[in-house]
Design a protein around this ligand. Structure first.
Ligand code: G1P
Length: 292
Protein backbone atom coordinates (compact mmCIF):
# COMPACT_ATOMS: atom_id res chain seq x y z
CA UNK A 1 0.00 0.00 0.00
CA UNK A 2 1.53 3.34 -1.03
CA UNK A 3 0.76 6.36 1.07
CA UNK A 4 1.28 10.02 0.37
CA UNK A 5 3.30 10.26 3.55
CA UNK A 6 6.53 8.41 2.78
CA UNK A 7 8.68 9.15 5.80
CA UNK A 8 8.61 8.36 9.49
CA UNK A 9 10.85 9.82 12.16
CA UNK A 10 11.60 7.59 15.15
CA UNK A 11 13.47 9.34 17.96
CA UNK A 12 15.81 6.80 19.57
CA UNK A 13 18.66 8.76 21.10
CA UNK A 14 17.55 8.48 24.75
CA UNK A 15 19.77 6.98 27.43
CA UNK A 16 17.14 4.52 28.67
CA UNK A 17 17.79 5.26 32.34
CA UNK A 18 14.58 3.48 33.38
CA UNK A 19 16.18 0.23 32.18
CA UNK A 20 19.63 0.56 33.74
CA UNK A 21 21.89 -1.34 34.18
CA UNK A 22 21.24 -3.19 30.88
CA UNK A 23 21.13 0.10 28.96
CA UNK A 24 24.71 0.78 30.00
CA UNK A 25 25.75 -1.14 26.88
CA UNK A 26 22.52 -2.20 25.11
CA UNK A 27 20.24 0.38 23.49
CA UNK A 28 16.85 0.56 25.20
CA UNK A 29 15.18 0.07 21.81
CA UNK A 30 17.00 -3.27 21.41
CA UNK A 31 15.44 -4.82 24.52
CA UNK A 32 13.22 -7.64 23.22
CA UNK A 33 9.53 -8.28 23.66
CA UNK A 34 9.90 -12.09 23.58
CA UNK A 35 12.53 -12.30 20.81
CA UNK A 36 12.00 -9.16 18.73
CA UNK A 37 13.55 -5.83 19.79
CA UNK A 38 11.03 -3.14 20.70
CA UNK A 39 12.22 -1.00 17.77
CA UNK A 40 11.31 -3.81 15.37
CA UNK A 41 7.63 -3.53 16.37
CA UNK A 42 7.71 0.26 15.90
CA UNK A 43 9.36 0.04 12.47
CA UNK A 44 6.85 -2.66 11.47
CA UNK A 45 3.97 -0.35 12.42
CA UNK A 46 5.43 2.38 10.19
CA UNK A 47 5.98 -0.01 7.27
CA UNK A 48 2.52 -1.57 7.60
CA UNK A 49 1.14 1.98 7.51
CA UNK A 50 2.71 2.51 4.09
CA UNK A 51 5.80 4.49 5.08
CA UNK A 52 8.95 3.81 3.01
CA UNK A 53 11.79 5.70 4.68
CA UNK A 54 12.55 5.37 8.38
CA UNK A 55 14.61 8.16 9.88
CA UNK A 56 16.11 7.02 13.17
CA UNK A 57 17.31 9.80 15.43
CA UNK A 58 20.08 8.16 17.34
CA UNK A 59 23.42 8.82 18.98
CA UNK A 60 26.95 7.56 18.54
CA UNK A 61 26.57 5.16 21.47
CA UNK A 62 23.86 3.17 19.75
CA UNK A 63 25.53 1.28 16.90
CA UNK A 64 23.63 -1.88 17.87
CA UNK A 65 20.47 -0.12 16.71
CA UNK A 66 21.93 0.84 13.34
CA UNK A 67 23.37 -2.63 12.77
CA UNK A 68 20.01 -4.29 13.44
CA UNK A 69 18.64 -2.86 10.20
CA UNK A 70 21.58 -4.03 8.11
CA UNK A 71 22.07 -7.47 6.55
CA UNK A 72 24.14 -10.01 8.46
CA UNK A 73 25.52 -12.04 5.53
CA UNK A 74 27.57 -14.39 7.66
CA UNK A 75 24.69 -15.40 9.89
CA UNK A 76 22.24 -15.68 6.97
CA UNK A 77 24.72 -17.83 5.05
CA UNK A 78 25.30 -20.15 8.01
CA UNK A 79 21.58 -20.54 8.64
CA UNK A 80 20.95 -21.29 4.95
CA UNK A 81 23.76 -23.86 4.86
CA UNK A 82 22.39 -25.60 7.92
CA UNK A 83 18.94 -25.80 6.32
CA UNK A 84 17.30 -23.13 8.50
CA UNK A 85 15.90 -21.33 5.47
CA UNK A 86 12.86 -19.78 7.17
CA UNK A 87 15.01 -18.42 9.98
CA UNK A 88 17.49 -16.94 7.49
CA UNK A 89 14.66 -15.27 5.55
CA UNK A 90 13.15 -14.00 8.81
CA UNK A 91 16.27 -12.13 9.92
CA UNK A 92 16.80 -10.71 6.45
CA UNK A 93 13.26 -9.42 6.06
CA UNK A 94 13.44 -6.31 8.23
CA UNK A 95 16.68 -5.15 6.55
CA UNK A 96 15.16 -5.79 3.12
CA UNK A 97 11.86 -4.12 3.70
CA UNK A 98 12.88 -0.63 4.73
CA UNK A 99 15.26 2.13 4.02
CA UNK A 100 16.71 3.27 7.36
CA UNK A 101 18.49 6.59 7.58
CA UNK A 102 20.30 7.34 10.85
CA UNK A 103 20.73 10.91 12.02
CA UNK A 104 22.62 11.77 15.19
CA UNK A 105 21.19 13.97 17.90
CA UNK A 106 24.43 15.37 19.21
CA UNK A 107 23.08 16.67 22.52
CA UNK A 108 20.19 15.51 24.70
CA UNK A 109 18.09 18.67 24.34
CA UNK A 110 14.57 17.21 24.29
CA UNK A 111 12.08 15.48 21.99
CA UNK A 112 11.40 18.60 19.90
CA UNK A 113 15.12 19.03 19.34
CA UNK A 114 15.48 15.33 18.41
CA UNK A 115 12.74 15.56 15.77
CA UNK A 116 14.24 18.84 14.51
CA UNK A 117 17.44 16.89 13.70
CA UNK A 118 15.50 15.18 10.85
CA UNK A 119 14.81 18.46 9.05
CA UNK A 120 17.26 18.17 6.17
CA UNK A 121 16.36 14.50 5.57
CA UNK A 122 12.59 15.06 5.62
CA UNK A 123 12.67 18.27 3.58
CA UNK A 124 9.28 19.75 2.65
CA UNK A 125 7.24 16.55 3.02
CA UNK A 126 4.70 15.62 5.70
CA UNK A 127 5.89 12.82 7.97
CA UNK A 128 4.86 10.49 10.77
CA UNK A 129 6.51 10.42 14.20
CA UNK A 130 6.50 7.25 16.31
CA UNK A 131 7.94 7.14 19.82
CA UNK A 132 9.69 3.91 20.68
CA UNK A 133 8.43 3.55 24.28
CA UNK A 134 4.83 3.31 23.12
CA UNK A 135 3.75 0.02 21.61
CA UNK A 136 0.26 0.17 20.12
CA UNK A 137 -1.61 -3.03 19.41
CA UNK A 138 -4.44 -2.57 16.91
CA UNK A 139 -6.05 -4.16 13.88
CA UNK A 140 -5.31 -1.15 11.69
CA UNK A 141 -1.84 0.19 12.63
CA UNK A 142 -2.20 3.37 14.70
CA UNK A 143 -0.02 5.37 12.30
CA UNK A 144 -2.21 4.23 9.37
CA UNK A 145 -5.29 5.48 11.25
CA UNK A 146 -3.64 8.90 11.65
CA UNK A 147 -2.50 8.95 8.02
CA UNK A 148 -6.09 8.33 6.92
CA UNK A 149 -7.20 11.39 8.93
CA UNK A 150 -4.30 13.47 7.56
CA UNK A 151 -5.08 12.50 3.98
CA UNK A 152 -8.80 13.16 4.36
CA UNK A 153 -8.63 16.42 6.32
CA UNK A 154 -5.31 17.83 5.10
CA UNK A 155 -4.34 18.79 8.66
CA UNK A 156 -1.62 17.54 10.99
CA UNK A 157 -2.94 15.10 13.58
CA UNK A 158 -1.90 13.58 16.90
CA UNK A 159 -3.17 10.25 18.24
CA UNK A 160 -4.85 10.46 21.64
CA UNK A 161 -6.22 8.11 24.29
CA UNK A 162 -8.15 8.83 27.48
CA UNK A 163 -6.15 8.47 30.72
CA UNK A 164 -7.16 8.80 34.39
CA UNK A 165 -6.76 12.35 35.72
CA UNK A 166 -4.04 11.09 38.08
CA UNK A 167 -1.84 10.26 35.04
CA UNK A 168 -1.93 13.53 33.09
CA UNK A 169 1.53 14.45 34.36
CA UNK A 170 3.06 11.60 32.30
CA UNK A 171 1.92 12.87 28.89
CA UNK A 172 1.34 15.73 26.49
CA UNK A 173 -2.36 16.55 27.04
CA UNK A 174 -4.65 18.17 24.45
CA UNK A 175 -7.66 20.39 24.93
CA UNK A 176 -10.05 21.30 22.15
CA UNK A 177 -13.49 21.17 20.61
CA UNK A 178 -15.17 17.97 19.50
CA UNK A 179 -15.57 17.66 15.72
CA UNK A 180 -16.85 14.08 15.52
CA UNK A 181 -16.95 10.92 17.62
CA UNK A 182 -13.19 10.40 17.37
CA UNK A 183 -11.85 13.77 16.27
CA UNK A 184 -11.06 16.98 18.15
CA UNK A 185 -9.74 20.30 16.92
CA UNK A 186 -6.76 21.05 19.17
CA UNK A 187 -6.92 24.42 20.88
CA UNK A 188 -4.58 23.79 23.76
CA UNK A 189 -1.62 21.47 24.38
CA UNK A 190 0.32 21.14 27.61
CA UNK A 191 3.33 18.95 28.31
CA UNK A 192 2.82 16.81 31.43
CA UNK A 193 0.36 19.04 33.33
CA UNK A 194 -0.64 18.41 36.94
CA UNK A 195 -4.23 17.07 37.08
CA UNK A 196 -5.59 20.49 38.10
CA UNK A 197 -3.96 22.15 35.05
CA UNK A 198 -4.90 19.47 32.49
CA UNK A 199 -7.20 20.78 29.74
CA UNK A 200 -8.72 17.28 29.36
CA UNK A 201 -7.90 13.60 29.92
CA UNK A 202 -6.82 13.12 26.27
CA UNK A 203 -3.15 12.13 26.27
CA UNK A 204 -0.75 11.73 23.36
CA UNK A 205 0.95 8.33 23.50
CA UNK A 206 3.66 9.01 20.94
CA UNK A 207 1.99 8.95 17.52
CA UNK A 208 1.85 12.00 15.25
CA UNK A 209 1.52 12.97 11.55
CA UNK A 210 2.71 16.50 10.86
CA UNK A 211 3.50 18.68 7.90
CA UNK A 212 6.98 20.06 7.44
CA UNK A 213 6.11 23.49 8.87
CA UNK A 214 6.62 21.82 12.27
CA UNK A 215 10.37 22.36 11.70
CA UNK A 216 9.83 26.13 11.68
CA UNK A 217 7.82 25.78 14.90
CA UNK A 218 10.55 23.63 16.49
CA UNK A 219 13.25 26.13 15.57
CA UNK A 220 11.30 28.86 17.38
CA UNK A 221 10.49 26.77 20.44
CA UNK A 222 12.24 27.86 23.61
CA UNK A 223 13.23 25.31 26.28
CA UNK A 224 10.09 24.38 28.24
CA UNK A 225 9.34 21.63 30.77
CA UNK A 226 12.59 20.30 32.31
CA UNK A 227 14.58 22.89 30.31
CA UNK A 228 14.11 20.81 27.12
CA UNK A 229 12.83 21.76 23.66
CA UNK A 230 9.44 20.07 23.91
CA UNK A 231 7.73 18.69 20.80
CA UNK A 232 4.39 19.42 22.52
CA UNK A 233 5.21 23.16 22.59
CA UNK A 234 6.14 23.14 18.89
CA UNK A 235 2.84 21.35 18.14
CA UNK A 236 0.97 24.10 19.99
CA UNK A 237 2.59 26.65 17.66
CA UNK A 238 1.57 24.52 14.66
CA UNK A 239 -1.99 24.27 16.03
CA UNK A 240 -2.25 28.06 16.25
CA UNK A 241 -0.73 28.76 12.82
CA UNK A 242 -2.08 25.96 10.65
CA UNK A 243 -4.51 23.93 12.75
CA UNK A 244 -4.08 20.54 14.38
CA UNK A 245 -6.43 17.61 14.95
CA UNK A 246 -6.44 14.98 17.67
CA UNK A 247 -7.78 11.52 16.81
CA UNK A 248 -8.91 8.93 19.35
CA UNK A 249 -7.31 5.92 17.68
CA UNK A 250 -8.58 2.39 18.03
CA UNK A 251 -6.03 0.17 19.83
CA UNK A 252 -4.33 -0.75 23.09
CA UNK A 253 -1.20 1.06 24.14
CA UNK A 254 1.64 -0.41 26.20
CA UNK A 255 4.21 1.78 27.92
CA UNK A 256 7.24 -0.41 27.24
CA UNK A 257 9.55 2.21 28.77
CA UNK A 258 8.10 1.24 32.14
CA UNK A 259 9.07 -2.14 33.62
CA UNK A 260 5.52 -3.25 34.43
CA UNK A 261 4.22 -1.96 31.07
CA UNK A 262 7.06 -3.87 29.44
CA UNK A 263 6.06 -7.10 31.22
CA UNK A 264 2.43 -6.52 30.24
CA UNK A 265 3.43 -6.22 26.56
CA UNK A 266 5.68 -9.29 26.85
CA UNK A 267 2.82 -11.39 28.26
CA UNK A 268 0.28 -10.09 25.74
CA UNK A 269 2.48 -10.78 22.72
CA UNK A 270 3.83 -14.01 24.20
CA UNK A 271 0.37 -15.44 24.84
CA UNK A 272 -0.41 -14.96 21.15
CA UNK A 273 2.41 -17.28 20.14
CA UNK A 274 0.96 -20.79 19.90
CA UNK A 275 4.29 -22.42 20.86
CA UNK A 276 4.56 -20.30 24.05
CA UNK A 277 0.98 -19.93 25.21
CA UNK A 278 0.64 -23.06 27.37
CA UNK A 279 4.05 -22.49 28.98
CA UNK A 280 3.27 -18.87 29.86
CA UNK A 281 -0.16 -19.76 31.28
CA UNK A 282 1.45 -22.43 33.47
CA UNK A 283 3.97 -19.88 34.74
CA UNK A 284 1.23 -17.35 35.49
CA UNK A 285 -0.67 -19.94 37.45
CA UNK A 286 2.43 -20.89 39.40
CA UNK A 287 3.23 -17.27 40.29
CA UNK A 288 -0.44 -16.46 40.92
CA UNK A 289 -0.36 -19.07 43.64
CA UNK A 290 2.66 -17.32 45.09
CA UNK A 291 5.00 -20.28 44.38
CA UNK A 292 8.65 -19.53 43.80
C1 G1P B 1 7.03 12.11 25.49
C2 G1P B 1 6.30 13.38 25.08
C3 G1P B 1 4.89 13.41 25.66
C4 G1P B 1 4.15 12.15 25.24
C5 G1P B 1 4.94 10.91 25.72
C6 G1P B 1 4.30 9.62 25.22
O1 G1P B 1 7.32 12.16 26.87
O2 G1P B 1 7.05 14.51 25.51
O3 G1P B 1 4.21 14.55 25.19
O4 G1P B 1 2.85 12.14 25.77
O5 G1P B 1 6.28 10.94 25.20
O6 G1P B 1 4.97 8.51 25.69
P1 G1P B 1 8.37 11.14 27.57
O7 G1P B 1 7.56 9.96 28.00
O8 G1P B 1 9.40 10.80 26.55
O9 G1P B 1 8.93 11.89 28.73
Amino acid sequence: MKSKVRKAVIPAAGLGTRFLPVTKTVSKEMIPIIDKPMIHYIVEEALESGVEDIILITSRHKEDLERYFDYNYELEDRLMKSGKVEMARGIKKIAESCNVICVYQKEPAGLGHAIGCARSVVGAEPFAVLLGDDLIDSNIPCTRQLLDVYEKEGLSVVGVMEVPLSETSKYGIVGGSVLSERTLRVENLIEKPAPEDAPSRFAIPGRYVVDSSIFESISKTKPGKNGEIQFTDALMDLAQKKGLLAYRFDGDRYDTGDRIGYLDATLTFGLRRPELRAGILALLEKHGKGEK
